[in-house]
Design a protein around this ligand. Sequence first.
Ligand code: NAI
Ligand SMILES: O=C(O)C1=NCCCC1
Length: 359
Amino acid sequence: MYLSNLSYVSEPALDSLTLAVSIEIQKKITVTMATTQQQHGTPPFISGQEIKGLLSYEDLIPTVERSLITYSTKKSEFCQPMRTKVDSGSTGLLLTMPCYSAPDSALACKLVTVFPGNTDLPSHQGIVTLFDPESGSLQALMDAEEITCMRTAAASAVASRHLAHPQSRTLALLGSGAQAFSHFEAIATLFAIECIRVHSRNPEKRAALVEKIMLSAKFKPDVMKVEDCESAKAAVDQADIVCTVTSSRDPVLRADWLPRLCHVNAVGACRPDQRELDESVTSAAFLVADSRESASSESGDVIVNKATVHAELGELIAHPERFREARASRGGLTVFKSLGLGIEDAATARLVWDLRMKE
Ligand SMILES: NC(=O)C1=CN([C@@H]2O[C@H](COP(=O)(O)OP(=O)(O)OC[C@H]3O[C@@H](n4cnc5c(N)ncnc54)[C@H](O)[C@@H]3O)[C@@H](O)[C@H]2O)C=CC1
Ligand SMILES: O=C(O)C1=NCCCC1
């Protein structure tokens, strides 16, 4: 083979020359792409691991509390339509959750899939996209699994702060998945928990959760113990705070199992055909939801049980006096029905971003 300067190049030499040239071209393309990315500010992906390292419940709980107050009392300061749900056959769902919150300077949209049957993969996966609210530029993509775990548990911690007895010592977790663990960590941030009782259907997963809790930085071996319970009834016996964090379709909790004074965070049952709470629970309790609209259109705990939502959590925090009578008339049982709000994700994503920029 003759090249343009008419020097002869053998076939094998030509092969290695071609390879060398294509490597050089590839390198040039990579450098050009990196430069273009820098110039146009291609957003980073913030992994679940990085989010865990940045976020603490000490920072997150007040942020989520503010977002709940904004949602219920400052309607002109945020924009959050109801989330859309796309059914993917009978196996799962895709949710889209957009929100703009002026007090948080956050414009974000979470895309999350819910596949409860996943065994080797998380049941909730996705991304949160965070935009600059001034320019509309994409600032970051973040792992939705970790944000969902932590902000949901933070919302339950906020509800527990306003509804549970301040001296609560016994925490029951029904369910042993991602939310069960994050709920332990968030609630142990606010309460001097001494006993954690865990129940779910699968004994191996229960044992794994017990072990994970004992390895958590929030676990204080000198004052805390964890109990693996074979029934939900045994787990909630004498519990001060109960978290139902299951993917169950049918109720896992009855009122006659609970002590007179008890607070329940009901976190699962986010579809009209799912219930975690028996009708005896919702009919006896002072029932608070993150959103009346979501609770009455999305959860079987409210729809099937024909339950009345007495207050939104943000309203209760901002105006406790308005609900004193209704609360007193219901006895000692309180329930927080959590559905999850885009504003919580937007505020959390902004917090993650701000903490990252400070590093
Ligand atoms: N309210 C909110 O903002 C959010 C609610 N969720 C919902 O919370 C629930 C828990 O979420 P993850 O922990 O991420 O799910 P996961 O899939 O990690 O865990 C679900 C757990 O429920 C247990 N379970 C299912 N049926 C049960 C039964 N009958 N009795 C006892 N345990 C039972 C399973 O064994 C498993 O331990 C799900 O329904 C999820 O969709 C999730 C994210 C946000
Ligand atoms: O708010 C969320 O995020 C979710 N809520 C209900 C279940 C799936 C995720």
